[in-house]
Every structure is written in C-alpha cells, then in structure tokens.
Design a binder for this molecule. Structure first.
Ligand code: AMP
Length: 208
C-alpha cells in the first residue's frame, strides 16, 4: 500500500500515521522527523535545513526530494509506505510521481486531513513535548502530568510567528497539489476536527 497523508500543520497527520503504520506494517516516512533527526545529528543536511525550519519556511525542494527518494529505496519501504509531510509542493509531487512511475508503482490513496486555520493555531501554540519520552501534550486539551510538566518543551517552529508562516506556505504551496491528486482519482477527504479515534476510523473506512 502506498499512501500519502496531506493536511495543514497540526492536522493530526503524525498521530494518524503512527496508528496506520502499526495497523498495516508499512514504513512511516515523515520528512519533518527526518529533518529534525538530521538537525539533531548536526549533518550537513540538518545544518542547511535548520534556518528554514525554525522560521516555518519550507526546506528547498531539491534537498527534500533527494532525502525522500533515497529513503524510498530502503528495504522497509519496498512493500509499502506512508508519506507524512511529503509532498508539500507541486515540484515534490511531480518528482515523486516520476520516481514511482519508473519503479512501476503508483500512489493508492492520498488522505487529506483538513482542519481550519483557527484550529491549527490553537493546537500548535499549546503543543508541548517531553524531551525524555517524545510524548506530545497540549497545555489545554491534553495537559502534561505534574511530574512531566516542568520539563516539557515547545518546538522552535511552534511559536505564533512561525505558525503564521507555516500556514501561509501550506495554503500557497501545498494546497495547490490537492487537485493534482483529485484528478488522479486517489484523493480521500477526511474531517480532522473529530477525535483522533474517529479520524482513524474514517481513514480506515476510506482505505478499505
Ligand atoms: P512537519 O514536522 O511535517 O510539520 O515539518 C516541519 C518542518 O520541516 C516544515 O515546516 C518545513 O520547514 C520542513 N519540512 C518538512 N517536510 C518538508 C517538505 N516536504 N518540504 C519542505 N520542507 C519540509
């Protein structure tokens, strides 16, 4: 199964991807996670990506495309994958399409999880993570337990300023690729405002 998860920042793509990965035993490929790992490891790619990411800008297409196409060649991605956060531009969508065509593969479904901008801002500005376990909390909707509350941190790009830029990039660069997949007949639209469990159920239904 070859699936793309698409949606604005904080639409729940990461949460849903974790569930779908377990369920279908396919590779979960998150470009955001890969770029954050590269930054943490201090690789040349990580250093180059850092300035773009911390301000909410998109990392240049050529870097991200190379990263993903190499990742897709790894063994665990051969029998299926779930792309989370890629493609985010028309150039990325076209490069992916071409690579899959060459490999005799195609995208089976593009799951578009939609939430309004107001919700994105609410979800992101309250988002905190535990650096020790990686657990994600929300100050209002899912507060960290008292023993964790003092150590939670905010992602650099989860500040209000960076969120504005990320939303602008989403509307200008990523939204225009939705018609590209709609025309191919693979687009599945999901309301991301429901509870995580209800969103999972809706996704499983459209993938069935
Ligand atoms: P995410 O974790 O998906 O919200 O991604 C965090 C940040 O990583 C984005 O705001 C971008 O700076 C960068 N990024 C992740 N995926 C891509 C992509 N496909 N194209 C360009 N930049 C990306």
């Amino acid at each position: 199964m070859h699936v793309i998860l698409i949606g604005p920042p904080a639409s729940g793509k990461g949460t849903q991807a974790a569930v779908l990965k377990e369920r279908f035993q396919i590779a979960h490929i998150s470009t955001g996670d890969m770029l954050r790992a590269a930054m943490k490891a201090g690789t040349p790619l990580g250093k180059e990506a850092e300035n773009y990411m911390s301000t909410g800008q998109l990392v240049p297409d050529e870097l991200v495309i190379k990263l993903v196409l190499e990742r897709l060649k790894q063994d665990d991605a051969k029998s299926g994958f779930l792309l989370d956060g890629f493609p985010r531009t028309r150039a990325q969508a076209e490069a992916l399409d071409e690579a899959l065509n060459q490999a005799g593969k195609a995208i089976d479904a593009v799951v578009f999880v939609d939430v309004p901008d107001k919700t994105v801002v609410e979800r992101i500005t309250g988002r905190r993570s535990d650096p020790e376990t990686g657990a994600i909390y929300h100050l209002q909707f899912n507060p960290p337990p008292p023993e964790v509350a003092d150590r939670v941190i905010q992602r650099d790009d989860d500040t209000e300023g960076a969120v504005k830029v990320r939303l602008e990039k989403y509307h200008n660069e990523t939204e225009p690729i939705i018609p590209f997949y709609r025309e191919k007949g693979v687009l599945k639209e999901i309301n991301g405002l429901d509870t995580p469990a209800a969103v999972t159920a809706a996704i499983l239904e459209v993938l069935a």
